[in-house]
Design a protein around this ligand. Structure first.
Ligand code: SF4
Length: 109
């Protein structure tokens, strides 16, 4: 699924029927409502709000599997990491988000 579809679903979740919402892991994304400038940031500092959201996101694994950053040459935040052209961008230690607080859900349906 293209990242734009992921964002569309997250940002427009009220447009989807209740049954679809319940089954769609994307609607549990902690980054829902964040602006594209942070979710698709190319540099660490603008990506921080999205990276902080990832730290508490219950669907982090699904996000990473679906976006498949390396295969899709993804630019932006997915699965708790910042990617540029599908390669992980190192986050300077002075910008590192809070420690990983993510709940390791078994895998949201
Ligand atoms: S892992 Fe991060 S980018 Fe992916 S849905 Fe969760 S908060 Fe958004």
């Amino acid at each position: 699924m293209p990242a734009s579809a992921l964002v569309h679903t997250v940002l427009h979740k009220d447009a989807y029927p209740a049954a679809t919402r319940a089954a769609d892991w994307r609607l549990h994304a902690a980054c829902a409502g964040l602006p594209d400038e942070t979710v698709f940031a190319h540099r660490p500092k603008p990506a921080l709000p999205a990276l902080r959201a990832c730290a508490i996101c219950p669907v982090r694994r699904r996000c990473l599997e679906t976006v498949a950053p390396a295969e899709s040459w993804f630019d932006g935040v997915s699965g708790g990491r910042l990617w540029r052209n599908g390669k992980e961008v190192r986050i300077p230690t002075d910008l590192t988000p809070e420690p990983d607080l993510a709940v390791d859900y078994p895998d949201h349906p």
